[in-house]
Design a binder for this molecule. Structure first.
Ligand SMILES: Nc1ncnc2c1ncn2[C@@H]1O[C@H](COP(=O)(O)OP(=O)(O)OP(=O)(O)O)[C@@H](O)[C@H]1O
Length: 229
């Protein structure tokens, strides 16, 4: 297997109507099993980069290869299926569905991915919620009855279910105090390690960078806006 699960080459991205690229990344590789922390100031393009790796946004130029698949070769529907099959995503605002229960929110990827469903088995959602210390009496309740910390743990369980090869996390700790933030990270690391998943985590909080095996400052690899003399 290729040790690089994510490879970007000559990537350029510009929002429609903008005069300048927001991202120009000549080369970037992320290894299998790595816990990568990407830091950068607010508005520097971290979420945009994650959305490109996830196939939500397409670059204007360059290649994005995820698990040996060139995303440009996939149609929009194929990219959506590829994402749910191989990537667990924890969004900045969690994106939990309020009309579904905790359990259903965690099971959601399995409804759309046979691969995740087969790898999860029947008890995975309950096991993950239990490991994340969500009380059993809550699992059939709607998610809007949860605290922010509990919602984050449900979002982690949803990202981990069915052992996706890659976990993408966009500022998932921004609303947590230090203790809860540390607990959340330990849990994310131990689950990712158990599953052998690669973790790509973005944040502008430098305090958590030291907990990761590799740290990238986005401005060090992003040449957008640089003038060539
Ligand atoms: N849908 C969009 N349309 C146009 N411009 C956008 C869109 N989304 C983001 N941008 C712009 O792209 C730039 C990068 O935004 P992005 O959300 O990727 O930054 P970020 O580093 O994740 O910021 P933060 O840390 O505040 O979440 C910003 O200037 C933002 O205004």
């Amino acid at each position: 297997m290729n040790p690089n699960v994510i490879k970007l080459h000559n990537l350029r991205f510009r929002w429609p109507g903008q005069a300048e690229d927001i991202l120009h990344i000549p080369d970037m590789q992320i290894h299998q099993g790595e816990h990568l922390f990407i830091q950068g100031s607010s508005g520097s393009g971290k979420t945009t980069l994650l959305n490109i790796i996830s196939g939500i946004n397409c670059p204007n130029a360059g290649t994005v290869q995820v698990l040996d698949t060139a995303l440009a070769n996939l149609s929009t529907i194929q990219r959506d299926q590829f994402r749910v099959d191989h990537l667990g995503v924890i969004f900045q605002q969690f994106n939990l569905l309020p009309y579904l229960s905790l359990l259903e929110n965690v099971q959601l990827p399995c409804w759309f991915s046979h691969k995740r469903k087969a790898q999860a088995g029947d008890e995975a959602a309950l096991r993950l919620l239990d490991e994340l210390q969500i009380p059993k009496h809550l699992v059939n309740k709607p998610v809007n009855a949860l605290s922010v910390g509990q919602q984050q743990r449900v979002a982690v369980a949803r990202a981990l279910i069915g052992r996706p090869e890659i976990i993408i996390a966009d500022e998932p700790t921004s609303a947590l105090d230090t203790n809860n933030r540390n607990r959340f990270l330990e849990l994310l690391f131990s689950e990712a390690n158990q599953q052998g998943s690669t973790l790509v985590f973005v944040s502008h909080d430098p305090h958590i960078a030291q907990k990761f095996s590799r740290v990238i400052e986005l401005s060090d690899i992003n040449h957008a806006g640089e003038t060539i003399i």
